[in-house]
Design a protein around this ligand. Structure first.
Ligand code: SAH
Length: 473
C-alpha cells in the first residue's frame, strides 16, 4: 500500500534527530506535519518558525490523535512510544513506532525513488538492514531517467487507453514501448527525441522492431571498474558482441539470456576482415530489433575503433549510445601505484599506440622524447626495442623509469619496472605477455613505493635466470 499523504495531517511524537528524519520524509511526501514534544531540536524548531510544520509543545496527549491520519512515535522514551501505540490502536489509527516492529501497525519501507516511480522494500520490520542492502543494489540498477519515463506515461495515460482500449493490445503496446527507443532516448537526456519516438509508437498499427546499439566500455578487467550505466545496459541486452579482452567476470554481469558473441581480434589475424564482420553483425542484429551491446575492453574510444563502428551505425540509421569505460592507461596506473601526472615531473600524459597502422611509423618520436611528460603505450609488448631505441635516439634519458603492467587490475596482474635502457631485456626476462601497458616517465618510479595491488613490482634482477643474463649484472 502506498499512502497519499498530500495535505493530510500526520502526527510525529518526539523532537529529536529521529523525529527530524521522519518529519523530513513526511514533508517530502506532502504531509501536513504536526510535531508533539515538550522540546524540539534546532532544525525542527526552525521548521516550526518557518511555518512549515505545527508544534504541540507538551507531553504526549491521546487527544492529539483526534484529527490525524497517521502517527509516528519517534521518542527515545519506550513508555511514551508504547502509550502512543496503544492510543492509536484503540482509535484504529495506523501507527509507526520507530525501530519497534512489535508496536508498529505500519512499517516504513526502504525506498528507491525515481520521480513518481517508487520501489519499496520491507522485511516487516524484522531485518531492516537487509532491506537497506537490497535498496542499495536497486539504486545502482535503476536508471535516473525512469522518473521521467514514469512522468511521460502518466501524462499520456489517457491517450494510450483510447488508442488501445483492449487490455491485451495495450499490454503488447507497453511491452514494445518499454523495450524500444523511448527509454533509451530518455537515458541519454534526449526528452524531445523520446517524445517523438513515443508519438511514433502510438501511431504504429503493427509492431515495427526498433533495435539499437550501445557501445560500452567494459574497463580493464576488474568487474568493479565497470560503470553503473554500463551495468544497466548489460542488464537489458539481447545480444552482446564482445572483444576477447573483456573479462569473464564482466560478462557474468550481463543479462542471463543475452546471446554472447565473441568478435575478438587475434594477434596477427586479419583485422580488417574481423572489423567488417563486426560491422555486419551490428547492423544485422539491430535491424532484427535487438538491443545490441558492443562491449569493448577499456574505453571504446581509446584505440578501440569505436568511432568506425558508430559511423557504420550512423550510415544505416541505427540508434546508438556510448558508455565510456576506464581505459587501460588510467586503470593500470591506478593499480600499479603510478600517478600519471605529477606537479614536479609530468605536466601532461600521452596515450600512444606502439603499433603503426600499416607497419609504417606515424609516431612523432621527437615529441614523445620530450621530458616532463608521461607516456602510456598500448599494444606495446612486441615493439619495446623500437620504443627504447627511438626515444633514446631523440633525446629521452636512458634512465627514465618505466612500469610495464601485465593483466592490469586482474587477479594475475604483474608489474615489471626498470629504466628505459633495459626495457626490452626486462620484459623478456619476465616473459611479459599481452595485454600489457607500458608507462614511461619519472612518475613510473613510484610503482616501487606506492604499489598496493597484487605482488610487488619485479626488476630485471628478480628474473628466474637473471644470473645467466649478461646485462643484468
Ligand atoms: N580500448 C582499450 C584499448 C584497446 S587496445 C582501452 O581503452 O583500454 C589493447 C591494448 O590495451 C592492449 O594491447 C594493452 O596494451 C592495453 N590493455 C587493455 N587491457 C589491459 C589490461 N587489463 N592490462 C594491461 N594492458 C591492457
Amino acid at each position: 500500500m502506498f499512502l497519499d499523504l498530500q495535505d493530510r495531517r500526520v502526527l510525529v511524537v518526539g523532537g529529536g534527530a529521529v523525529a527530524r528524519r521522519k518529519i523530513e520524509a513526511l514533508r517530502a511526501a506532502g504531509a501536513r506535519v504536526v510535531v508533539g514534544a515538550p522540546e524540539l531540536e534546532p532544525a525542527i524548531a526552525q521548521r516550526v518558525d518557518d511555518g512549515d510544520i505545527e508544534h504541540l509543545a507538551a507531553s504526549f496527549d491521546p487527544a492529539w490523535l483526534d484529527d490525524v491520519w497517521l502517527v509516528v512515535a519517534a521518542t527515545d522514551d519506550a513508555a511514551v512510544n508504547r502509550a502512543v501505540a496503544a492510543a492509536a490502536e484503540s482509535r484504529r489509527l495506523w501507527a509507526n513506532v520507530v525501530d519497534d516492529a512489535e508496536l508498529s501497525s505500519v512499517q516504513v519501507p526502504s525506498r528507491v525513488e525515481r520521480g513518481r516511480l517508487q520501489v519499496a522494500i520491507s522485511s516487516g520490520g524484522g531485518a531492516p538492514m537487509l532491506a537497506r542492502h537490497l535498496r542499495e543494489r536497486l539504486e545502482t540498477q535503476l536508471d535516473e531517467s525512469l522518473g521521467e519515463l514514469a512522468e511521460l506515461l502518466t501524462v499520456q495515460r489517457e491517450r494510450i487507453r483510447r488508442r488501445w482500449p483492449d487490455i491485451g493490445a495495450r499490454r503488447t503496446f507497453f511491452e514494445r514501448l518499454l523495450a524500444g527507443p523511448v527509454p533509451q532516448r530518455l537515458r541519454r537526456g534526449d526528452s524531445a527525441g523520446a517524445r517523438r519516438a513515443f508519438e511514433q509508437a502510438l501511431a504504429e498499427t503493427a509492431p515495427v522492431p526498433t533495435g539499437s546499439v550501445a557501445l560500452v566500455g567494459a574497463g580493464p578487467g576488474d568487474p568493479g571498474l565497470l560503470t553503473l550505466r554500463g551495468l544497466r545496459v548489460l542488464n537489458e541486452a539481447d545480444v552482446i558482441l564482445h572483444d576477447r579482452l573483456v573479462s569473464r567476470e564482466v560478462l557474468a554481469l550481463a543479462r542471463r539470456d543475452a546471446e554472447l558473441i565473441e568478435v575478438g581480434k587475434k594477434v596477427g589475424g586479419n583485422h580488417d576482415a574481423t572489423q567488417s564482420r563486426i560491422h555486419a553483425l551490428l547492423v544485422e542484429h539491430a535491424r532484427a530489433g535487438k538491443r545490441v551491446v558492443r562491449l569493448k575492453g577499456g574505453d571504446p574510444f581509446v584505440f578501440g575503433r569505436g568511432g568506425e563502428e558508430l559511423e557504420v551505425l550512423h550510415a544505416h540509421g541505427i540508434d546508438f549510445e556510448v558508455v565510456p569505460g576506464i581505459t587501460a592507461a588510467v586503470a593500470c596506473a591506478a593499480y600499479a601505484g603510478v600517478p600519471l601526472t605529477h606537479r614536479d615531473h609530468a605536466q601532461s600524459v600521452r596515450f600512444v599506440t606502439a603499433l603503426g597502422r600499416d607497419g609504417g611509423d606515424p609516431i612523432d618520436w621527437p615529441a614523445l622524447a620530450q621530458e616532463r611528460q608521461t607516456l602510456a603505450f598500448y599494444m606495446g609488448v612486441s615493439g619495446l626495442e623500437r620504443v627504447r631505441d627511438r626515444l633514446i635516439a631523440h633525446g629521452r634519458s636512458a634512465d627514465t623509469p618505466f612500469a610495464l603492467v601485465e593483466n592490469g587490475t586482474r587477479a594475475r596482474q604483474r608489474v615489471v619496472v626498470g629504466t628505459l635502457a633495459q626495457l626490452p631485456q626486462t620484459a623478456a626476462a619476465h616473459a611479459v605477455q599481452a595485454p600489457a601497458l607500458l608507462i614511461l616517465g619519472e612518475v613510473a618510479a613510484s610503482a616501487s613505493v606506492l604499489h598496493w595491488f597484487g605482488p610487488a613490482p619485479l626488476r630485471l634482477e628478480d628474473a628466474p635466470d637473471a644470473a645467466a643474463i649478461p646485462w643484468a649484472a
